[in-house]
Design a protein around this ligand. Sequence first.
Ligand code: FAD
Ligand code: NAP
Length: 534
Amino acid sequence: MAAETLDAVIVGAGFSGLYMLHKLRGQGLSVRAYEAGAGVGGTWFWNRYPGARVDIESQEYSYTFDDGLADEWEWSERYASQPELLRYLNHVADRFDLRKDIQLETRVESAAFDESANRWRIVTDTGDDISAKFVVMATGCLSVPQELNFEGAERFKGESYRTSSWPHEGVDFTGKRVGVIGTGSSAIQSIPEIARQAAHVTVFQRTPNYSVPAHNGPTTKEQLADWRANRKRYREEAMAQGFGVRQIDGQERMALDATPEERAAAYEDRWARGGFSLGGAFADIVLNKEANDTAAEFVAGKIRQIVKDPATAEKLTPKTYPLFTKRLCVDTGYYDTFNRENVSLVDVSADPIQNVTPDGLRTKEKEFSFDAIVYAIGFDAMTGALNKIDIAGRGGVKLKDAWAEGPRTHLGLMTAGFPNMFIVTGPGSPSVLCNMALAIEQHVEWIADCIAYMGARQIGAIEATAAAQDAWVAHVNEVANMTLYPQANSWYLGANIPGKPRVFMPYIGGFPLYKQACDAAASADYEGFALTRS
Ligand code: FAD
Ligand code: NAP
């Protein structure tokens, strides 16, 4: 017998868990959220590296469910920094009095479905043992860091840091020789900041990334007023975009139908607007390699213009995968940082890192000495956090086994054989391809509506049918294969984790089509889902 009974348990207290808690409590359910961290905020609690900031304009990367919240919060910059994002999420927790139902520093270790009672039994590392009708996995797509598997890392005598769990008190690199491993978004944001302090920074790059300028700056009073006056329309405009980002302003015309001059003008205009805008210049960029090459060559030209040393510019230019097929990085001064005297770039694609030594690290050809090493090596994305929990569904089947060949869901929301378990931004939903704040609100609201529907009709359990799930998984794959995305060895495909099945996990069919599918299922009495009376 479980020690305590609740209507719902939420795992995680980031953007998703906070709103889920607010929604379900508002519907009269008894709910508790468990969070492994010592504070709320999820991503923005953990990733405190210097330079961390949002890659979508702050106004867009916000909750819209409450007018009072939206009216009172004023983002100070076009792209908010991590401290401001964390303040925002803490403000949300206080404003809606969420903390009384959040248990921090508590990790959910297992969740097992009891078929006779249609309830989940949830056990935590602090010994909590709960029986709940619903469990909502708000565990995050990028919350489990990649394992640190460099031989010798524990023998390094200097300081070691991970961007994904940065010390809360910050780090002073003044006068230090620093090695940074990785050139994904986390590294691209932190390298310019570290280089401003350190005596020398050596960047170890295995695969160069495409990065575009944020053109960040303070928000003006006019911008804040404009947003306040128009935010409902702006959100609708964002929801009409494939990636849920208004700023992308996607065009229907094709790059290959335009003249070279028209293309150059469009790309220059988008580069000047900053951020993800570049992605919206033409409709065929992620569909057609020849079209993609025109945009990729434009970015390569920008790298050559900014980086003074031609050999370094050449190394920084991606060549092995199409533009946009990994999440585009949005930077402040990244390429320019390589013009500094105290920054050097080491290409480890041909000369891989062999091991960490007590004094630094060694590639096959060379030895490096450092006072500090920063690991910016990424995450076990989308399935990592779910697979870390021992989840057993109908018949004791483990989620890990059900997903051994890759994750399988219906609409990214539920998985067959695991009744009453919802996933926020799960694999098979647009999630990480989107403005995640918008994707999260849509998921939380769908889940809350589904739970309300069940309550009103005395329905004891809901689960995805195997047939609907098979059809959705086939659709997710089919759509991915129509694009250039599978050509990159990205974390979207699990390619960064040794042994992970190579399956394109997010849904690339676009947010509007996806939302239509979710809404259609709900309005047809949850077609594609099996409902069981209490
Ligand atoms: P998270 O914020 O990851 O929160 C999940 C929480 O669940 C974590 O705090 C974790 O500790 C907790 N948890 C997991 N497992 C357990 C367990 N078993 N027991 C208890 N607690 C558990 N998206 C964008 O759209 N734009 C951006 O600019 C952007 N920037 C990002 C920058 C970084 C560095 C990273 C890593 C991600 C970024 N993302 C961005 C994606 C970001 O994760 C989402 O935008 C959003 O914050 C996700 O919220 P969430 O609540 O779903 O997940
Ligand atoms: P990432 O994109 O996966 O980058 C990890 C980097 O580490 C890659 O350059 C990778 O090289 C390198 N790496 C891993 N193992 C290595 C090894 N053994 N030797 C050498 N290099 C190694 O991770 P991330 O930078 O943390 O970003 C993950 C995602 O989080 C982003 O795509 C984005 O969605 C989100 N994010 C957003 C922002 C933002 O701008 N707001 C900031 C940070 C993160 P390979 O490419 O060769 O594998």
